[in-house]
Structure formats: C-alpha cells, structure tokens
Design a protein around this ligand. Structure first.
Ligand SMILES: O=P(O)(O)OC[C@H]1O[C@H](OP(=O)(O)OP(=O)(O)O)[C@H](O)[C@@H]1O
Ligand code: HPA
Ligand SMILES: [Mg+2]
Length: 182
C-alpha cells in the first residue's frame, strides 16, 4: 500500500487556498444569519472535514446534524440512484437549514436531498458547497455559498474519497491514472 501523496498527479487547491476560502464563506454565513441559530447539515461522508472547519470559523450560534447518502460507491461516476443511509436526528420544521456539501458534480445528490428536506417545511434552506464541477451537471441546484469551480476531473482530498481512500489528504488533488485503476 503506497502513501496517499505518492498517488497524487496534481494539487488543484492547496491547504492555504482552502483555508482562505473557508474563512470567506464562514464570514458570509455569519453576516447573513446574524441573530439566528442555523442548523448546519453535513452530507456524510465527504463533507465532514469541510463542515468541521467551516463551523469553527463562524462567529454565530449554530447546531449540527448529518445525513448520509451514497450514489458513487467505489466508482468515479454517479450511479444516478441516491439512497439515504442515515436521516437527520433533528426536526427541521421552522429551522434555518444550511446544507453543507463538499462537491456538486452531476447535482443528483443535492437535488434529491433538497427535494426531501423542502417537504419538511424548514424556515429556509440554503446550500454551502466547497466545490462545483459545472461541466458534469445533469440537474441544476441552487448553491448560495460556493467555494471553487473545478475542472472535469475526479478529485480527492479534504474529506473527498476515491473508493473510500484519500480523504485525509489536506489538499484537493487529482490522482495519477493508475491510482484510479483499482
Ligand atoms: O453531484 P453528484 O454527482 O451527486 O456528486 C456529489 C456527491 O458525491 C459524493 O458523495 P458520495 O456518494 O461519493 O458519498 P461520500 O460522501 O460518502 O463519499 C460527494 O460527497 C457528493 O455528496
Ligand atoms: O470528483 C469527485 N471526486 C470524488 N467524489 C465525487 N463525487 C462526485 N464527484 C466526485
Ligand atoms: Mg465518495
């Protein structure tokens, strides 16, 4: 088993660039939700790193909950079928909810979650996503707080995996082709 860094072809976003962007997003959320206590909903598993950094940069009372969904399994293309593996613990009726996602690719995951959560009558429902890959979009999703646009490459790191690995890389990277082979 090789070290994760040895499998990296290119660093797309450095830890420093990510830190600065997370600060900026947290600042915007702090200003927009002043006087409220939003519920941050992290989409497991990949969003846990981003969520953990984001909430600590917000100067605001907040609560946290998680949903786990999966559509990618061990491949690099969405199966198109989004399954809820773990639902929220909290009742979101009347709450200000911010969905925290690491990447919007086809948009199928977020669009499914947004549809599901809207039916529960939150006071508001917005999305904060660190990355977007617009070239792969199959369905449009409204992202209020967006970090970076990435090219049409399968990215890993900062919580994001390929087949379960590479989540612990501190940067957003593209792997060497042989690392995607299995
Ligand atoms: O816009 P889409 O094409 O739907 O892709 C985005 C989703 O895919 C990834 O999750 P994945 O299903 O790999 O689960 P994970 O977070 O547990 O890795 C990612 O974290 C997003 O949730
Ligand atoms: O580029 C990606 N990398 C990892 N997981 C993903 N899920 C959707 N897009 C991606
Ligand atoms: Mg994944």
């Amino acid at each position: 088993m090789s070290e994760p860094k040895l499998d990296v072809r290119e660093v797309l976003l450095s830890a420093e660039e990510i830190r600065e962007k997370v600060d900026e997003l947290a600042g915007r959320i702090t200003r927009d939700y002043r006087g409220e206590k939003p519920l941050l909903v992290g989409i497991l598993r990949s969003a846990f790193v981003f969520l953990a950094d984001l909430m600590r940069r917000m100067d605001l009372q907040c609560e946290v909950d998680f949903m786990e969904v999966s559509s990618y399994g061990t491949g690099t293309a969405s199966s198109g079928v989004v399954r809820i593996l773990k639902d929220l613990q909290e009742d979101i009726t009347g709450r200000h909810v911010i969905l925290v996602e690491d990447i919007v690719d086809s948009g199928l995951t977020l669009s499914y979650i947004l549809r599901t959560l809207r039916q529960r009558d939150p006071a508001s429902l917005e999305v904060c996503a660190l990355l977007t890959k617009p070239s792969r979009r199959e369905i449009e999703v409204p992202v209020r707080y967006l970090g970076f646009e990435v090219p049409d490459e399968f990215v890993v790191g900062y919580g994001i995996d390929y087949a379960g690995s590479y989540r612990n890389l501190p940067e957003i990277c593209v792997l060497k082709p042989e690392a995607y082979g299995g």
